[in-house]
Structure formats: structure tokens, C-alpha cells
Design a protein around this ligand. Sequence first.
Ligand code: BGC
Length: 744
Amino acid sequence: MKNKILYLSAAIAFVTFTSCKNESQTTNSDSDQKEYVGKEIGSEFDAEIDKLVSQMTLEEKIGMLHGNSMFTSGGVKRLGIPELKMADGPLGVREEISRDNWAPAGLTDDFATYYPAAGALAATFNQEMAYTFGNSVGQELRARDKDMLLSPAINIVRTPLGGRTYEYMTEDPFLNKKMAVPMVVGLQDNDVMACVKHFAANNQETNRDFVDVQIDERTLREIYLPAFEASVKEGKAYSIMGAYNKFRGEYLCENDYMLNKILRDEWGFKGVVVSDWAAVHSTVKSLKSGLDIEMGTPKPFNEFFLADKLIAAAKNKEISEAEIDIHVKRILRTLFQVKAMGGKERVKGSIATEAHYQDAYKIAAEAIVLLKNENNALPLQLEGVKSIAVIGNNATKKNALGGFGAGVKTKREVTPLDGLKNRLPKSIQINYAEGYLERYEEKNKGNLGNITSSGPVTIDKLEPAKVQEAIEAAKNSDIAIVFAGSNRDYETEASDRSDLHLPFGQEELIKKIVDVNPRTIVVIVAGAPFGIDAVSKKTNALVWTWFNGSEGGNALADVLLGKVNPSGKLPWTMPKKLMDSPAHATNSFPGDKAVNYAEGILVGYRWFDTKNIAPLYPFGFGLSYTTFAIENVKADKTEYALNETISVSVDVKNTGKADGKEVVQLYTSKSDSKVSRAAKELKGFKKVLVKSGNSNTVTIKVPVKELAYYDVTTKKWIVEPGKYTLKIGTSSRDIKKEVVVTIK
Ligand code: BGC
């Protein structure tokens, strides 16, 4: 127990460590729940902007509406208007790319912090981590002198096979918005723009360049849009990226319904809409449909749809100059807003600092999910242990680079093996064996630049010599840890995986290792669900980690050794088999020219719970080295009016021997609804640190309007009166208490 007690102060020390935070826009609505609200784009520069525009030629205006390099749109030097400078993305600020092609520019001062992937961030179920992430990466963006980060990526995880699942957060719209907003606010606190992507309904890579997504209106509103809507209305995101695919017959970068009607007219978006790279297909139509800036891949920049063709269209009076001015003014307003113009002092930022690595550590440590832990296999008890076998290519595999736009060039990527070396006493010998090889069929490599409709094809045959070496290492060590899973060559933009299987013969390898060493721990490194039913049955201890950032290996070692008590929760459902998942059970993935989201609102756990299908590991699930009791669940009233907020208090008692964090989750259901509803919907959550033996009270607030469904006839959100059941638990399948309330 001693090492567990020691961990406590270390973990708390990390919890209180924060990096340089700029003017915070968080307000404490009560001691329990923070609200994250962004700053609206101001109008104080409008007169100056009008004056600037009045001095610009048509060509200068149009120069601002398209890429003039791979990651900038044009400025007007003579008027002091700078280029708008962008950078990817979701794992940190991407290395500098050449101005006119995808090759790295080869700079030596563009090393950045590699932050945990968005799936990991969501697994923390901790809004403070999302703010920290945004604020920290925003600092790095400024240090690189950029204006816009092409992040966060918040498309809903519809299929477990999605190539970009690791870049996205979750299958749940509520968790999605609650994490997206603080991320946007944290980022924009640094005088930069978030570019929230990919708007919207871009939930597969297969055929993404043309597939026409069909979603019924209620599902669109309730599942696919809420995080975008909250990013705009609450986070005040300054830019949005239009997606590649079509939605209801129109490309998303020329989709009047999405860009004009919903984004601007309904949500009041004041920022700029940027296209995904080479996602534009028309000139006047795109502009009229709400696009502001066209970005793209190598070809002469004047050949872009919003370049020479737009000049010609304006000259032919197909579009008026006044209309062009609207877009130019939007861009100028955002440039003033982030102080790229206007002469105000701007955040200078800092990059790859120890403080930022520690931000990455904090997120990584809270993201790791303990899936199974029998016979107290974890944390590792080191008494009498002389050697540990570390097995698997993933023990040394690096994941910062690769995978198209989400890669980061970094000087620090602590691998799992490095982490163990850093954290284990020197007296313990580490016996490393690669075990399996990362191999692909050459013609189907599916990786970088080679866009395939189904992902890379792996070679799953084990090499006998490698297996033998791993078996020997396991036999000759007191403990074996197998690092399996995926990597960012296998999970990548531009393709989806073709199935759920663990690649490279890992399942067979794991079985062989467990057979020779019963003290085997399995760690899965991956960004998306995998078929791990057999592995889970075979092993006593199963840990899930992610593409977990610069400090991922240290965080993982700290979890394995009990210095950090795991508190991550799955942000999506781990199915037993692919066909249990809604998009596959309804045979509506990936479609061909079109894809119809036949499961409707029943995405993720909503499907599993409503259809009574047992997942392997449910949404919201994750164990701890301690145990918790959920007690005294109380709503503050029994009846609520439409404009009120339900306040539920819960005592979380730590009934085990280690301090730890638990995520209290509140789901709602309505049985006698006049519309079909999911059996359960997440409507609140709160992560809390409770010391061993203590009990902490947490309050979860649910505004009654969160209970609404989208009514397609009236086009309004409607809260049905009547009884609702609030289900409080520690995962979507582990509900501890139910409370019934009435809405008047
Ligand atoms: C991706 C975007 C990314 C852009 C620029 C596109 O292929 O879909 O997410 O920001 O490339 O790298």
C-alpha cells in the first residue's frame, strides 16, 4: 500500500500545476461547475474596416478569399493587412509546411509539444483539461506567429472504424460540446482563432470527397450539430472549416442550408468559414452559400475557384462587389479580433516549454482507461520483482508524426518503454522484445497520400523468431507487459479501417505470452475501438492508452506503477463485434455515392442501450485502483419549470485505500415520450478527486432545456412536460441511483 499512499501527493501536485494562463474567460457559476464563455467578435473596428475596404481593388479583395500558400490566405501589404496564417491541428501545432507544396519547410525552430489526441482529451471527462489543452496549444500557435489553429476536430464518432476517430472526441453530443467549448475558449484566449472542423456530418473517410450524407433533421440537430452549435454560441469560435463531403446533395463548402441558414442565421456566427483543403467545387455558388476562404492543395493559387474565376465572375456581374465585401470584412474583423491588426499588444506565446509538456502530461495521465484489473494485477507490486518483460512493437512506436494533417514534429515523445525506463527502479531489469512486426501489404499500404476507401491491409502472420524471443523474455521475467493496439499509420485520415481486428498477429502473440507468464498486463495503444474481446478474456489486466502526447509514456508508467490512479473513461462504446454497432447493424456504412444514417438518433451507446445489446466495455466506463460509493443522490426539487435548472447533488465516497478521481455521470430518459427516444442520454457529468475514506458532494446542474428534443414540424426544441428519470452512475451501464422529476 505504501507506494499508493505516496502517489497521492504526487497526483495532487500535478493537479494543481498549471501553465501560464492568459486572461481567463471562465466564470464560476457556483463552486462546482465552471462555465466557459468565449469573447464575441467586436464591432469597434468596423469604421476602420470600412475605410480599408473602400481603398481596396477588386483583385486585392479577392486575394484575401483564397489560399496564396498552403497555409495562408492573402493580405494586402500596401494597406497593412497581413496574410491570415494557419496551422494544423489536433495533436499540436504542425511543423511548418512549404508555401507551395506539402513538403515540410525544414525549419529547425518549429518543434512543438505533442498533445494527447482528442479521443484522449475526451476520456478525461474533465473540462479543465480541455481548457488547459486549448490554452497551452494556443500559446504554441502564437510562438509560431500564426493566427488560426485548424482545430478542434469534433465530428461525431459514428463508426468504430473511422480513420480519424482518434482526432475526434466522442460518440456523444453532450460530452462533445462540453469538451469542445473550453478547448475553443482556452485557445482563443491567446489572440488566435480556433477553426472548428469539419462542419458537419463528416463521419467517415471512405468516399469523403463525394459521398452524399443523408441525415434526418432531428438526428442532425440532436447528434451531429450540438458541439458545433455550442462552439459558436458559447465558445464564440472565430472560424469554422467546411467539410469535404456532400450533405443532402450539396457539397458542405457550398451548402446554403448549413453555412447560411443554420450557422449564420440561426446561430449568429460572425466569424469566417474556411474550406477544407481542396473541398471547393464552385465559384459564385460557394461564396453565396456562405464560404469565405478557399484553401487547397498544390496547383497555382490563382486557379482556385475563389481566385481568377471569381474576379471574372465579379467583372461579369455574376456577383456584386458588395457581396464580395461582406466576406472580406468578415476576415478583417477576425484579424482585428485576434490583434493581428489594430496595433494592440498581442500574446507572444511560448513553445515546447516544460510547462507545456506538463500540460500534456496532466491530460495524458487523466486519459488512460483501466478496463480490467483482476487479482489486483495493477498497480504493479514491485516487491521481489527483479525483471519485467516489455513486449510489442508499440512499446517503442512513435505516433507524433504521420497521418496527414494531425502530425506534430516534436523533440519529446516518451514511448511506453522510455516511460518504464524513466520510472522503474534501476535495480529492475527490463527485457524488451519486439514480439510482432508492424507490416502492411505493400500495394494496399493506404498510408500518406495514397487515399484508399478501406484502410491499410496488415500482415498478421507472426515471425516465429520474434515470437520465440518474446516468449523467452516473458518466461524469464517476473512480470510481462504487452504493448499492442494500433498506430497512426494504421489509423489515418483519408481511409477507414476495414474491420475491428487487432493487427499484426497481436491476439495470437498475447495468448502465447499469457500462457507462459500469468502475471501479464496488456496495454492497448490506440485511438479507436478494436476487437479485444478475446484479449480481454485472456488477461487479468487490461489498460487502454491513446496517441497520448509527448509525455504519454511517463503518464502510462505512472499509472502502471500506481503513482497515478487511473480516472479515464471511454468516450465511445467498445463493441464486442462490429455488427453490434449501429452504422453496421443497420448496414448503412459506408454507402457508395450516398450514405443514409439509418440508425438515426441511436448513435453509440444510445443504440446499444435502447436495443439491449451488451457492449464489451460501455461508454463512460473506466476502473480505478480504489472503489467509490455513490450515495445520497438528491434533486433539489421534484418539479421544475421550463426555464429552471435541475440541481442534483451526489455524495461520492471513496471506499478504497487510494485517493482517486471518479466521474459521476447523469443520464436521462423519458419513457412515455410521444417521440422515439434513446433509453439513456448523457446530460451531465463531473469529475471529482476524493481522498481515501472521504466523501465529497458534487452538484450536477441540468438546465431543463437540455431535456428537449428537436421537433421537425415546428423546427423548435421542445421540452415535453411530464416525468423524467435521472440516472446517476459511473458509466452508461453502471447506474447506481435513479431519481424521477417532473417538468411542468
Ligand atoms: C484535413 C483537415 C486539415 C487540412 C490541412 C485536410 O485533408 O481534412 O483536417 O486541416 O487537410 O492539412
